[in-house]
Design a protein around this ligand. Structure first.
Ligand SMILES: Cc1cc2nc3c(=O)[nH]c(=O)nc-3n(C[C@H](O)[C@H](O)[C@H](O)COP(=O)(O)OP(=O)(O)OC[C@H]3O[C@@H](n4cnc5c(N)ncnc54)[C@H](O)[C@@H]3O)c2cc1C
Length: 434
């Protein structure tokens, strides 16, 4: 199949329909001069039933993508009078309050993943998404880029955008192993136990253990050596999203046992044993998880590049990271906004598009790598292994009160402006203004 009708300015194939790919497709679909097709491996759009939290920068990207109303309808926020609290930080051994990270005007903004994906899919026009299309190979010529799928079919467009997640198939084309070595995902050394707990149940469990009831609903992080636990509300506060982390720091490059699945169901007893000796709030939380799953958290190395001519990696395919700053999906959404703004500009056509992709990489690469790097470091800080911080609570508090400012205070429009300058478009009217 060749999508290259001369009636449109540009044809774009998107590989992968997760949060990033769908938000990007929605933004592009508003431009009638673009021919957009999205290919998803699964038989339908789907997300897991867990929470995802967004920092102020990600909420800004959601607004800029025109998805704010859909988001606000389903989003949870920190309850009054804690509206600005991103997380309260506590000592895991006895629940003692350490400090709070404040995100003024935003606080902890979170959604149920499946609800969010449904909400943005509702904005995707008919005829753009194709399912059961697992990309297995990409190649390109001077004229276009072609994806081959596991059903034997192919698709050719002016450009292909790889939004196909941490196990991306597009990545091998952009960074061939023979040239770049292994740039695939590696285990971070951390397992994350995940679960959802009915809020009323957790409140009762907390009260039974003599813990302040509000700790159920106000987002919390409990910290300790090589372990930490987070909680925040989702589903209009009906449920509490729980993630409990444990990290192996005994070796420099810990390996996942051969053949071990990335995600598996585990007995609750396993989680309780990992956090044996922790304070009453942690015990109440972990005893309340009905069916925990254990995730071996993987991340990508910082990739040397995202673009190869007509093919570009974005979202987790380019910069998958550990979730310790709640920033991965936010980066995928920032990518979606910046790239959509550049591709929908009338100055971007099949002749200029490779330079546009290069400008995108140039303005996004440094930030995405820094978010990856600091996300890994954040896990160390929370687990008393931060460089120069360790278990020193004064230093820990000082770090937690300011470490997210640079990440949250970013405006993706600054990236758009920088790319436009690089492209020599600075004096022209941009798509958003036209
Ligand atoms: C435990 C955990 C907690 C997290 N918490 C947060 C958080 O609170 N906040 C936050 O911002 N981020 C969080 N993240 C990170 C976040 O989930 C990801 O960064 C985000 O989902 C990336 O979006 P994406 O669209 O790039 O990729 P994905 O969501 O992975 O989507 C990729 C899509 O591509 C499809 N696909 C894959 N391969 C192919 C192929 N070959 N052909 C066609 N389709 C394909 C997949 O089926 C999928 O639909 C967390 C991650 C984990 C593991």
């Amino acid at each position: 199949m060749v999508s290259n009708p001369q009636s449109t300015r540009l044809s774009i194939g998107i590989i992968g329909g997760g949060i990033g790919g769908v938000a990007f497709a929605v933004a592009l679909s508003r431009d009638p001069d673009l021919d957009v097709q999205l290919f998803e491996a699964a038989p339908q759009f789907s997300e897991i039933g867990a929470g995802v939290s967004f920092g102020p920068n990600a909420v800004r990207a959601i607004q800029l993508l025109g998805l704010e109303a859909a988001y606000r309808r389903i989003a949870d926020a920190s309850p009054a009078p804690y509206e600005d609290v991103w997380f309260e930080w506590r000592r895991g051994s006895d629940d003692a309050y350490l400090t709070a990270s404040l995100a003024p005007g935003c606080g902890q903004s979170s959604v149920h993943r499946a609800d969010f994906l449904d909400a943005i899919v509702a904005h995707l026009p008919e005829g753009i998404a194709r399912f059961g299309k697992r990309c297995v190979e990409v190649h390109q010529s001077m004229e276009g880029a072609t994806a081959r799928f596991d059903d034997g079919s192919t698709f050719t467009a002016d450009i292909l955008i790889g939004y196909d997640g941490i196990k991306s198939a597009v990545r091998e084309h952009v960074l061939p192993q023979a040239q770049y070595g292994d740039v695939g995902p590696f285990w971070s050394g951390t397992y994350a136990y995940r679960g959802m707990v009915p809020t009323a149940h957790l409140e009762a469990a907390m009260e039974e253990r003599g813990v302040e009831r509000r700790l159920a609903l106000v987002p919390q992080m409990y910290l300790g050596p090589d372990r930490h636990i987070l909680t925040f509300p989702v589903k209009q506060s009906e449920l509490i999203n729980v993630v409990a982390f444990v990290t192996d720091r005994s070796r420099p490059n810990p390996q996942l046992p051969a053949g071990e699945e990335w995600v598996k169901a585990v007995p609750r007893q396993e989680v309780l044993e990992v956090f044996d000796g922790w304070g009453p709030a942690s015990q109440a939380i972990l005893e309340s998880i009905p069916e925990p799953t254990r995730w071996a958290l993987h991340e990508l190395p910082e990739l040397p590049r995202y673009q190869r001519d007509r093919v570009l990696l974005v979202g987790d395919a380019a910069h998958a990271m550990v979730p310790h700053q709640g920033a991965g999906a936010g980066q995928a959404l920032e990518d979606a906004h910046v790239l959509a703004r550049l591709l929908t500009d009338p100055a971007c056509d099949r002749h200029t598009v490779q330079q546009v992709l290069a400008a995108f990489e140039s303005v996004r690469h440094g930030r995405a790598c820094r978010v990856q790097r600091t996300s890994h470091e954040a896990g160390d800080v929370y687990e008393f292994a931060g460089m120069g911080i360790g278990g020193d609570e004064d230093k820990l508090v000082a770090n937690l009160e300011t470490r997210f400012d640079w990440l949250w205070n970013h405006d993706p429009e600054v990236d758009v402006a920088a790319a436009r300058t690089e492209l020599g478009w600075a004096g022209t009217v941009s798509s958003a203004a036209s």
